[in-house]
Design a protein around this ligand. Structure first.
Ligand code: IPD
Ligand code: CA
Ligand code: CA
Length: 264
C-alpha cells in the first residue's frame, strides 16, 4: 500500500469538498438545520460533503470500510478503515464563522497510519502518513519549542452538551488562565490539533470528543513530534473521549494540571 499516494489523492479530494463547503457558506436556511442531540447541529451540507468524501475515498482505497459522523454509509470495522468528519466546526459554519475543517484518518488493522486536516477557508492542508513527519501545504511542520506552560498558548473546547465534568474542567481552565499566555476556543477540534502540530498552539485539551473529531489531527501532532494522551496520561484518546495534545516539553506539566483537576 502506497501511503504517500493515498495521502496526496485524499488531500486533493478534501480540496474539492472544501470548495463545496465554501460555496454553501451562508446558503443554509434555518429550516434546513436539524438538532441531532442537544446543541449538535447538522444540515444537508455535512451530509452531502460526507457522501462526496466517502465516494472519493472508495475509489482511492477500494474495499475500505468507514467510521463517519453523519451515517451516510454503514459504519463497519475492516482492515482498512477511513475515519471521517466531513465538517468539523458545524456550529461555526452555520453561524458563518470562518474556522471549520475536514478531518480524515486512515486506520490499518486498527492503527492510524494517515491523517489529514483541511482548513477550509485558509486552504491549509495539514497531513502526515506513518513515519513521514508532518506537512502543511507541502512544507514540513513541527510542534512548538516553547518550553513552559507560562510561555504557552493553549486551545480547548468548552463543554456544550455534556456538563458532567464541568467543575473539573473549570478548575483546569482557571489554572491555565492564570499560568499561560492565554486560551483560545476556535470551535474545530481538528483545527486546534493541526495548529498544535505546526506550533501555533502549544497544547490542546477537551473532553467529550468523538474519534472522527480527533483521529486525523492527533496523528498529525504525533508525526510532528508532539505528545497525545488521555486525561490520565494513557493511550485511550481515540475512543475514550478525552484528549491532551502538546509539544513534548510542556507535556508533563500540562498533564499534571488536567489529571489533578479531573481526579477530584
Ligand atoms: C465539534 C468541534 C468542536 C468541539 C466539539 C466537536 P463538530 O465537532 O470539533 O470544536 O468542541 O467537541 O464535536 O460537531 O463541529 O463536527
Ligand atoms: Ca467534529
Ligand atoms: Ca462534524
Amino acid at each position: 500500500m502506497n501511503l504517500p499516494d493515498i495521502c496526496h489523492n485524499a488531500v486533493k479530494l478534501a480540496e474539492q469538498s472544501a470548495r463545496f463547503l465554501r460555496q454553501e457558506l451562508g446558503n443554509v436556511r434555518t429550516d434546513q438545520i436539524e438538532e441531532k442531540a442537544l446543541n449538535s447541529l447538522v444540515s444537508y451540507v455535512d451530509k452531502a460533503t460526507e457522501a462526496q468524501l466517502v465516494a472519493g475515498l472508495r475509489s482511492i482505497t477500494p474495499g475500505c470500510s468507514f467510521l463517519t459522523e453523519e451515517d451516510t454509509v454503514e459504519n463497519t470495522e475492516g482492515s482498512l478503515r477511513w475515519i471521517v468528519d466531513p465538517l468539523d466546526g458545524t456550529t461555526n459554519f452555520l453561524f458563518q464563522l470562518p474556522v471549520f475543517s475536514i478531518s480524515l484518518a486512515l486506520e490499518r488493522e486498527g492503527e492510524i497510519v494517515l491523517g489529514i486536516v483541511y482548513e477550509v477557508n485558509q486552504q491549509e492542508a495539514f497531513y502526515a502518513w506513518k513515519d513521514s513527519g508532518a506537512y502543511l501545504n507541502g512544507k514540513p511542520i513541527r510542534v512548538s519549542k516553547r518550553p513552559t506552560l507560562p510561555q504557552s498558548l493553549l486551545a480547548t473546547g468548552f463543554p456544550y452538551y455534556n456538563y458532567d465534568q464541568t467543575q473539573a474542567y473549570l478548575k483546569a481552565l482557571q489554572f491555565f488562565m492564570q499560568h499561560t499566555r492565554g486560551i483560545r476556543r476556535f470551535g474545530s477540534a481538528a483545527v486546534d490539533l493541526a495548529y498544535v502540530a505546526c506550533g501555533r498552539f502549544d497544547g490542546f485539551f477537551e473532553y467529550s470528543l468523538q474519534p472522527y473529531d480527533v483521529a486525523g489531527g492527533a496523528f498529525i501532532v504525533q508525526e510532528a513530534g508532539g505528545v497525545v494522551t488521555d486525561f490520565r496520561g494513557g493511550t485511550d484518546w481515540l475512543h475514550g473521549g478525552e484528549m491532551l495534545a502538546s509539544n513534548a516539553l510542556i507535556a508533563e506539566d500540562f498533564l499534571e494540571v488536567v489529571r489533578s483537576a479531573f481526579k477530584s
